[in-house]
Write a protein of this length. Sequence first.
Length: 202
Amino acid sequence: MSNVTARLLRIEGYAIVSADGMLADRNGKMPDGLKIDADARFFNQAIDRAALLVHGRNSHEQQASSDRRRRLILTRRVAALAEHPSMPLAQLWNPAGMSFSEACRALGVSQGSVAVTGGAEVFRLFLDIGFDAFHLSRAGNVRLPGGRPVFPEVPALTPEQVLASHGLRPGPVEVLDATAQASLVTWAPPPAVGPREAGADS
């Protein structure tokens, strides 16, 4: 991504996972145990203010206001960028044919927040592009063996291990629902260290 785009766009990931790091069950369905009211409110507020949503073809939020949101939908079925056949504010995007910064320029999105909502391959792509924050919610009472993981490396690695391996650090734990053992942790890169802080002037 260009330096200009990187300064003006803030890329944030949003996911709620089971205790074993799954976004959905083996059939791709999100069970009721992952539907936490406090997490849904946090997510909805975030995507309402986002300048752009990015997700795979199975990650649409399916809300009444969804068609009013500008979005990129990842697919290998187009060469680079193409209009979605039924959603006027959506574009089909193949990262192999066009970079993310180029896609943003083509859509006229130059500033604001980008909400990346999954699934696993989409999250993995943006780990390489660089998240400014990844909001990881976990429903500790739910386990989904054989389900759809939040990152391709899960369950061999935990989601936290994957995030840490890409230089992200956890913030404080926020309890969303004590009964459901649901919590939220925002992972972010460490703050930039200037010359004085680094000891260059000492």
